[in-house]
Design a protein around this ligand. Structure first.
Ligand SMILES: Cc1ncc(COP(=O)(O)O)c(C=O)c1O
Length: 386
């Protein structure tokens, strides 16, 4: 296993969306897939599936097993004790977010979203016609912070649901216990429901961790929280469409059960097996990947400071998506459009993550060091040519 061996030519042969969205000369840095090969046990699974034509329906016991494996993993890694019977099968998390918005917030009620926000959360609220209470995060010398005091003042009686993403996409924050506890106080005082999307939890860096599951803060907060998780970000399985919900109370489960289970879609047999294998057999790969990403994070930070000082950036505590303030370039256009045209690097455009994202872009650094360096050189070249 050596991700340094990955070349641009190999990456360009990928069949996935990431490498097939832009023209061939563009280095894609947008959607949250890593360019790395998956762990060996996951590749073996695919060989076994092919050999035995194992493409039939998933047995029910697979779903039960997933809850057990998740509970054991949360306990051993993050000290969170939960009952596997409180877990439920979901297809993908974006779908689960839509369902949560529908069942935890009436159509005359309001959803709190931290801004910048993982964009499908904003789309889910819009799609389901729920009003959004935007809670802007604040950029400080210590990194991006939640502004929970301001949120506390702005909550109204019709505010019902908080969407928390921890670790946070796109700022790369891994929230500390005191920040989460302050948020939990506000949740309890205003009697809110919480969706805690913890899909990036296994990618917290060694100088920031450990991850703190929101529902683990106290039994009171667990009762208000549905946690979504999956192996797909940390193990590079975006296409397998398999995730899991943990309901912190019977009331939460009851609300999700108001909608027919069919709306969640059926179980993805390969997705289930892949998730189990990822959670049970791939920790060595995960640790290597996390360390590799942490080095990429540091290289990126150093590069930006030295070669692109006009860009304002806070180093990631978690995950491989990073939020870059390009307003210092004083461009007359969206920086993502500028870098796509002039550097042939394809990033996500800031305003997708909320209006306050104007002048920002989100960059994905989960690639080989050489490809990351090539992206950054191209971006620096484009800026020097301004
Ligand atoms: C915070 C967050 N939640 C959910 C997802 C996607 O989950 P899924 O592919 O299961 O819909 C992503 C993907 O990048 C993400 O960053």
């Amino acid at each position: 296993m050596d991700f340094d061996n990955l070349t641009l030519e190999q990456a360009q042969r990928s069949l996935g969306l990431k490498w097939n969205y832009y023209d061939r000369d563009v280095i894609p840095s947008w959607i949250a897939d890593m360019d790395y090969p998956v762990a060996e046990p996951l590749r073996d699974l695919l060989y076994r599936v092919a050999e035995g034509s194992e493409l039939g329906y998933a047995p029910f016991m697979q779903q039960e097993r997933l809850g057990e494996i998740f509970a054991a993993r949360m306990h051993s890694r993050y000290g969170w004790t939960l009952d596997p019977a409180e877990c439920d099968d979901m297809t993908d998390i974006v779908q689960a977010i839509h369902i949560a918005v529908a069942v935890l917030c009436d159509d005359d009620q309001q959803v709190i979203v931290h801004i910048p926000s993982y964009h499908p959360i904003l789309s889910a609220c819009r799609n389901m016609k729920r009003d959004i209470l935007a809670s802007p995060m604040v950029k400080t010398g210590q990194g991006w912070q939640l502004d929970t005091d301001r949120l506390d003042r702005e909550i109204r009686p019709r505010t019902r649901l908080l969407m928390l993403v921890n670790p946070h996409n796109p700022t790369g924050r891994a929230f500390r216990r005191d920040e989460l506890e302050r948020l939990a106080e506000v949740v309890l005082r205003h009697d809110l429901w919480v969706v805690s999307d913890e899909i990036h939890c296994d990618l917290v860096y060694s100088d920031a961790g450990p991850h703190i599951p929101f529902a683990s803060l106290s039994p009171e907060i667990a009762r208000k929280t549905v946690t979504f998780n999956s192996a797909t970000k940390s193990h590079n399985l975006g296409g397998v469409r398999c995730s899991l919900a943990h309901y912190g109370s019977a009331e939460l489960r009851k609300r999700f059960d108001r909608l027919p289970a069919g709306i969640r879609g059926g179980s993805n047999a390969i997705g289930h097996r892949a998730t189990r294998i990822a959670w049970e057999q791939c920790d060595e790969w995960l640790e290597y990947t996390r360390q590799y990403l942490q080095r990429n994070r540091d290289d990126l930070e150093e590069y930006l400071k030295t070669n692109l000082p006009e860009l304002d950036h806070r180093s990631n505590e978690a995950t491989f998506l990073t939020w870059i303030d390009c307003r210092g370039l004083a461009l007359q256009e969206d920086p993502a459009a500028f870098f796509l045209r002039e550097a042939r690097v394809g990033c996500y455009s800031g305003p997708l993550f909320g209006e306050q994202g104007t002048g920002y872009l989100r960059l994905n650094f989960a690639t080989s060091r050489a490809i990351l360096r090539e992206k950054l050189d191209r971006m620096a070249g484009a800026v020097r040519a301004l």
